[in-house]
Design a protein around this ligand. Structure first.
Ligand SMILES: Nc1nc2c(ncn2[C@@H]2O[C@H](COP(=O)(O)OP(=O)(O)OP(=O)(O)O)[C@@H](O)[C@H]2O)c(=O)[nH]1
Ligand SMILES: [Mg+2]
Length: 280
C-alpha cells in the first residue's frame, strides 16, 4: 500500500484497477477491497469509480451466535454455488475481536478449500472496534464484488446485537443460524432475530435437541407471522455439507419474492430453483 496519512494518492491507477476487476481479475479485486477498507483519498476514489455499481449481486447475510457454524455453512454454500457455476464473494466480518485474530484465522482455514478458485473472492474485514465499522467499509466492498461480477455475496458476522442489524440493512436475505443446546428459541427471541430472519437454520442437527429447537422456532415464528414470506426453519449439518441445497433454494425463493432479480438472471434463477441435484 502506497498511501500515507490517508491523503497521498499514489500506486496503480484506480480506473485501471476497476477495469481489471470488472474483467474478474482476482488481484485487482483484492487491491480494490484493500483500498476501500483502508479508506482515505484512494478509498474515496474507488467509491466514486464504483458509484453506479451495486444491486446486481444477491447479498446474503449469515448471522448467529459464536461457534454455531456460520463459517462452515458459508464454505458449504460457496461449494454448492460454485457447483452451479456462480461467481461468489465472501465477506467475513469480525466486529468483536479486532486484535485476537482467532475467529478470522479460523475462517481462513475453513475457507482454504476455495482460496485457489478464481471464481471465489474471499475477504476478512475487521471493523477495528469502530462503531458503525461494518456499515462503513462493507457497502463499498459489496460494490467492488458486484463490479467483479459476483452473482452472490455472502456476509458472515457474529450475531451480537448492532452488527446483525447492520448486516440486515445491507443484505437482501438474512439467514440466522442457531444450534441445539445454545438456548435456541429463547435466545433467538431475546436477540430480536425473529424480526430480521428470512431463513432460520438449525445447524449441528447431528446433535441432540435439534428436533426440539426446530419445533420451538416454528412455534415462535407462528406467533409472529409476517407478510407473505413464511420464514422457513431448516436443519443442517454444515460440517458434512448436508442442507446446503435446501438453504440455496430458500435463498433464491426469497430473492425472487423480493423482485430484485433482474430479467437477465431469470434463466439462471430457474436453474437454481429447479435443477438442484438430489442427494439420494
Ligand atoms: N457436530 C457439528 N459440528 C459442526 C457443524 N458445523 C460446524 N461444526 C463445528 O463447529 C465449530 C465452529 O464452526 P464455525 O463454522 O467456525 O462456526 P462460526 O459460527 O463461524 O464461529 P465464529 O465465527 O467463531 O462465531 C467447528 O469446529 C466446526 O467444525 C455441524 O453441523 N455439526
Ligand atoms: Mg466464523
Amino acid at each position: 500500500m502506497c498511501e500515507k496519512g490517508g491523503e497521498r494518492v499514489t500506486g496503480p491507477d484506480v480506473a485501471e484497477l476497476v477495469a481489471r476487476a470488472r474483467a474478474g481479475e482476482p488481484l485487482a479485486v483484492g487491491r480494490l477491497l484493500s483500498l476501500v477498507e483502508a479508506g482515505g483519498a484512494r478509498g474515496r476514489q474507488v467509491a466514486s469509480a464504483l458509484a453506479d455499481d451495486g444491486g446486481r449481486a444477491h447479498v446474503v447475510g449469515l448471522t448467529g451466535p459464536p461457534g454455531v457454524g456460520k463459517s462452515t455453512t458459508t464454505s458449504a454454500l460457496v461449494a454448492a454455488l460454485r457447483a452451479r457455476g456462480s461467481r461468489v464473494g465472501v465477506l467475513a466480518v469480525d466486529p468483536s475481536s479486532p486484535f485476537s485474530g482467532g475467529a478470522l484465522l479460523g475462517d481462513r482455514v475453513r475457507m482454504a478449500e476455495h482460496a485457489e478458485d478464481p471464481g471465489v473472492f474471499i475477504r476478512s474485514m475487521a471493523t477495528r472496534g469502530q462503531l458503525g465499522g461494518l456499515a462503513g467499509a462493507t457497502p463499498q466492498a459489496l460494490r467492488v464484488l458486484d463490479a467483479a461480477g459476483c452473482d452472490v455475496v455472502l456476509i458472515e458476522t457474529v450475531g451480537v446485537g448492532q452488527s446483525e442489524v447492520d448486516v440486515v440493512a445491507l443484505a437482501d436475505t438474512t439467514v440466522v443460524l442457531l444450534a441445539p443446546g445454545m438456548g435456541d428459541g429463547v435466545q433467538a427471541a431475546k436477540a430480536g432475530v425473529l424480526e430480521v430472519a428470512d431463513v432460520f437454520v438449525v445447524n449441528k442437527a447431528d446433535r441432540d435437541g435439534a428436533t426440539q429447537a426446530v419445533r420451538e422456532l416454528r412455534h415462535m415464528i407462528g406467533l409472529g407471522e409476517r407478510g407473505e414470506w413464511r420464514v422457513p426453519v431448516l436443519r443442517t449439518v454444515a460440517s458434512r455439507g448436508d442442507g446446503s441445497d435446501k438453504i440455496l433454494i430458500r435463498l433464491f425463493e426469497n430473492f425472487l419474492k423480493r423482485k430484485k432479480w433482474f430479467l437477465r438472471n431469470s434463466t439462471r434463477a430457474a436453474i437454481f430453483v429447479f435443477a438442484v441435484p438430489s442427494r439420494n
